[in-house]
Design a protein around this ligand. Sequence first.
Ligand code: ATP
Ligand code: MG
Length: 501
Amino acid sequence: MGGPPITGFSIRITTGEPQAGDAPTLTATGQAVAINVPAGGLHWSGWALTASAPIPSADGVTVVLAGELYHRDALRVAIGPSADGVNDDAELLLACWLRYGAPGLRLLDGRFAAVVTEGDTVVAATDHAGTVPLYVRHGQDGLAIATEAKALRHGGPSEPLPGTESVPGNTGVRRVRAGTAVAVVPSSGKASAIRTWLPPEHRIVLPEEEAVRRVYTVLDEAVRSRLDGGPVTVVLSGGIDSSSVAALTRQSGVETISLGTDAGDEFEAARTVADHIGTRHSEFRVGSEDLVRQLPWAVAAAEIIDADVLEYLLPLVVMYRLLPGAGRRILTGYGADIPLGGMHRATRRLDSLDTVISDDMNTFDGLNEMSPVLGCLAGHWTTHPYWDRSVLDVLTALEPGLKRRHGRDKWVLREAMRDLLPEATVSRPKLGIHEGSGTTSVWTSMLLDAGVAAADVPRAKRAMAIAIHDRVVGQAEPPADVSFDDVLRDVIASPSLAVVK
Ligand code: ATP
Ligand code: MG
C-alpha cells in the first residue's frame, strides 16, 4: 500500500477493563486489527485499519497515529538522538512527545490524527489543518475516539469538550478542531485544549522574484516530502494547481489520471501537461448522471452536508473508485485556491481579495475537504501538497498583490512554475472540478427534471445531503444501499419542498 501503516481507527479508552466491542463500521476500507492495550491506569480497546497495528509505548506514554508526518529529517534533528534512525511516524511522535510533551505536537507537519495517553490523561490531536478528521465522544464509560463519526454513533450525546465542535446530524459526536490537541482525564472528567496551529493573519511584503522563489521552494519540498520512493499517481486536471504538483514529482513512472463526463472534460489541457512532463497518462470518462448518483459515497466519506463542497468532492470520489489496482499513493492539487484566493475570480479589489482569503482560511475547519476517507473508501491514500503546513504558511501570508497581479489570478504560483510547464498551462484560467466535470450543472438538471423549481435547487441539494447523511453516517448504512433516486423522490415529497413542485 502506498499509504501509511494506519489509515483510520476507532478506540475506546477506559479506566477499567473494557467490554469487547464489535469491529467498527467505517467507510475507509482495510483490515481492521483489534487493539487491546493496558496503558498505565487506562485501557485502550478498539480497532485500527492497518496491516500491523504498531501502537508504540515507552515511559508510560502510548501512541496511535493514523496518517503520516512530512519533513521527518528536520523533526529528527530537533528531537535528537532518541529519534536517530526512527522511521515509523508513530515512533517519531512518541520520541517527540517524550522530549517536548503535548506542545511537541506544534512541531509536526503532517497529515494525521493521533491519540496519546500519559498517566491518567488522554490527548486527541489533529494535524495543523485537521486534514484527517477526528471525532470524540466523552461519557460516563470513558472516551471514544475515531477517525469517522459514524463509528461513534451509539451511546448518547457526548459531553462538551474544549477544542471540539458538534457535527451535523444526531450522532451526538464531537469533532476535534483543526490544529488542536484536546486533553481529557477520564477519571475526573477534567478537560483542556491547546492550539497547535493557526492560519497566519499577517501579510508578507516581498519583491516579485523573492516571492516566486519562496513559493517554488516550499511547494517543491512539500511534493518531495510526499513521495515515498514507490509509485505515485497524480489526479491531473490540466489546471495550474495539479499541473504544478505533477511537474514537481520529477520521478519516472509517475501516473497521471484525468476524469471527464459526457457533460464536460479537461482532457486536452491535462494531456498537454502529461506530454510535456512525460507521465503515463490515462483518461476516464463516466456518465455525468452516474457520477452524480454516487453522491452517497461522497457523503459517507466526508461526513458533511454542505452541498457545494460535496460537488467538489464527488468527482474525486468517483475517480478514486474507478482506479484500477488498490493501494495507490495519490497526490492532488486540491486546496491551492483557498490561501491564494483562486475561487474569487471576479474579486478585483485587493482589500476584498484578502478579506475572502482570511475568511476562507478561518472557516475551512469541519468541511473535511481533505479527508483521507475520500480515497481510503477505495483503498487509496491521498495527500495534498498545498495543505502542507509550510506551504500554507507561505501562501496564506503573502500579500494579496502577489496573488492577483498583472491581471492574473494565482500569479505567484503561475510564475513559480513557468519553467516547468507549458505556457498554455501557466496562463490557463481556473476551472473548478465541479464545473469541468459538469457535476454542479448535471445535479441541478436532475433536480429540475424531477420538478424542483429553479429557486429551490440549493435547498433541495442540501435536503438531499442531509437525508443521505442521516443514513450513511447516522445509521452507518453502506452507501451502496442508499439510492440517489429514492432520496430525491423523498426530498421532493417532503412538506418543505412539496410546495414548489
Ligand atoms: P485550477 O484551480 O487552476 O483549475 P486545478 O484544476 O488543478 O487548478 P481545482 O480545479 O481546484 O484545481 O481542482 C482540485 C483538484 O482536483 C485538482 O488540483 C486535481 O488534483 C483534481 N482534479 C480536478 N479536476 C480533475 C479532473 N478532471 N481529473 C482529475 N483530477 C482533477
Ligand atoms: Mg481546475
